[in-house]
Design a protein around this ligand. Structure first.
Ligand SMILES: Cc1cc2nc3c(=O)[nH]c(=O)nc-3n(C[C@H](O)[C@H](O)[C@H](O)COP(=O)(O)O)c2cc1C
Length: 147
C-alpha cells in the first residue's frame, strides 16, 4: 500500500469520556484491547491480540520513552507518560498512558494500560520534547516502513 506524507498529519481525537484499555503478556504482546482502543487505533481486536504492542508505535516517539516505561514497570512501579501512537491508516493520536503490572496472589502475570486524552498545549509540548530527544540521540526524524 502507498501512503503519502500528508496522511501522517491526520489526527484522531481521543474522546474525553472513554478509556483506551489494553493488556499485554510479560513480553509486551497484546492479550486484550477494548472497543475504544480498536476504534481509535483503526484495528480490529483480532488484528491486535497476539501482536507486539509496538504495532501502534509512532516513529516520532523517542526510544528513551519506552526504555523508561519498561524499566519502571519491571520495577513494579506505575509509569505515567505521554505517548503519540500510530493508527493503522498511519494517522496518529495522543494519549496520557498509565502502565502497570497486573498481579495475582502477589505474582506479576500481565501488564495493563489505561489511556486518556491530553490538551492541545500538552501535545505541542511533547511533540517538541520528543523531536528534541530524537535529534539529541541521533534517531531518525521520520522512519516509516511501508508494507
Ligand atoms: C501494557 C503496555 C502498553 C503499551 N502501550 C504502548 C502504546 O500504546 N504505544 C507504544 O508505542 N508502545 C506501547 N508499549 C510499549 C511497547 O511494548 C514497546 O516497547 C514500544 O512500542 C517500543 O517498541 P520497541 O520496544 O519495539 O522499540 C506498551 C507496553 C506495555 C507493557
Amino acid at each position: 500500500m502507498e501512503f503519502n506524507e500528508s496522511e501522517f498529519l491526520v489526527e484522531t481525537e481521543v474522546p474525553q469520556d472513554e478509556l483506551i484499555i489494553s493488556r499485554t503478556d510479560l513480553n509486551g504482546n497484546i492479550t486484550y484491547a477494548n472497543e475504544t482502543f480498536c476504534e481509535i487505533s483503526g484495528y480490529t481486536e483480532a488484528e491486535l491480540v497476539g501482536k507486539a504492542h509496538s504495532i501502534v508505535r509512532h516513529p516520532d516517539m523517542p526510544k528513551a520513552a519506552f526504555s523508561d516505561l519498561w524499566s519502571t514497570i519491571k520495577n513494579k512501579k506505575q509509569w505515567i507518560g505521554v505517548v503519540k501512537n500510530l493508527r493503522k491508516d498511519k494517522g496518529f493520536y495522543w494519549v496520557e498512558a498509565i502502565v502497570s503490572g497486573v498481579y495475582k496472589n502477589g505474582e506479576l502475570v500481565e501488564y495493563k494500560s489505561l489511556r486518556t486524552p491530553i490538551s492541545y498545549e500538552k501535545k505541542l509540548e511533547y511533540q517538541r520534547l520528543y523531536d528534541k530527544m530524537r535529534a539529541e540521540n541521533g534517531e531518525k526524524i521520520r522512519k516509516i516502513i511501508y508494507e
